[in-house]
Design a protein around this ligand. Structure first.
Ligand SMILES: C[S@@+](CC[C@H](N)C(=O)[O-])C[C@H]1O[C@@H](n2cnc3c(N)ncnc32)[C@H](O)[C@@H]1O
Length: 241
């Protein structure tokens, strides 16, 4: 049987599959939040588990330097064509304070235990200057659903095909994410286990390093969480204490 290649070894294809996002609008929301909570200018952003650094161009257009951190050599090489990039594990961040804002986008908080989570938060806090913010996109669970499933077609200059995303609970406080991208007869796949993190767990884990400033549904600052209706891409904002 042929093994299915890893999607994260194909940065262009991964990025094409998730290009439905509006990077400029997302950066504008983060700049808005920055300005609500800080009077100094936003200069340097650390994007954790950044993959191909899809927000780098939008940050650059806003006059902000983005540094992409990822553990995948292929992703770092791709990101490095756009912005400074660093190969490292998100649970062992090797950085001293020099960033204003940290981000983890698209549910990329790959920790397997509360200890990993605490280490990650400690590393992010150490990388931030006083008053720094940390924005987590889709890293927290806000409903009781045991499974999420989505399927879509994409067609960009980076590639075309069909993507399938599934997230399901695996017991012992873990969830598994499965991402499959198909182009013609070729298939790429990633299966990743993650700690299921809800807002109370995050609040407890970060209590010595961050305060929780807010949580919003679907990147909409008019939709504070908890809220009624479907939850999509919740955004949580922390401030370094
Ligand atoms: C779903 S992609 C998301 C990329 C990016 N955040 C985005 O918004 O498109 C997940 C990325 O997380 C990286 N990753 C997974 N576990 C990691 C870890 N422990 N430390 C650093 N990067 C990690 C993978 O290599 C991959 O590039």
């Amino acid at each position: 049987m042929n093994s299915v290649p890893d999607l994260y070894s194909k940065p262009e294809l991964y990025e094409a599959a998730f290009a439905w996002r509006d990077y400029t609008a997302e950066v504008a929301v983060l700049i808005d939040l920055w300005q609500q909570h800080n009077s100094r200018p936003l200069r340097r952003v650390l994007d954790c588990a950044a993959g191909p650094a899809p927000h780098a161009a939008a940050w650059q257009a806003a006059g902000v330097t983005c540094c992409a951190l990822d553990r995948s050599a292929a992703m770092c090489a791709h990101a490095g064509q756009r912005c400074p990039s660093l190969r490292a594990d998100t649970t062992q961040l090797p950085l001293a304070a020099g960033f204003d804002l940290a981000t983890t986008m698209l549910g990329s908080l790959y920790v397997l235990s509360e200890l990993d989570l605490a280490q990650h938060l400690g590393g992010v806090a150490a990388a931030l200057r006083p008053g720094g913010l940390y924005a987590l996109d889709w890293c927290t669970l806000h409903d009781e659903a045991e499974e999420h499933h989505d399927e879509w077609d994409f067609d960009t200059s980076g590639g075309s095909g069909t993507a399938t995303y599934r997230m399901f609970t695996r017991g012992a406080g873990l969830v598994e994410e499965e991402l499959i991208v198909q182009r013609g007869n070729h298939v790429w796949r990633e299966n990743v286990m993650q700690l299921a993190i809800d807002l109370p767990m995050l609040t407890t884990a970060c209590q010595t390093t961050f305060e929780v400033l807010g949580a919003w549904n679907d990147w909409d600052l008019n939709q504070s969480l908890p809220c009624t209706g479907p939850i999509n891409r919740p955004l949580v904002l922390l401030k370094r204490t």
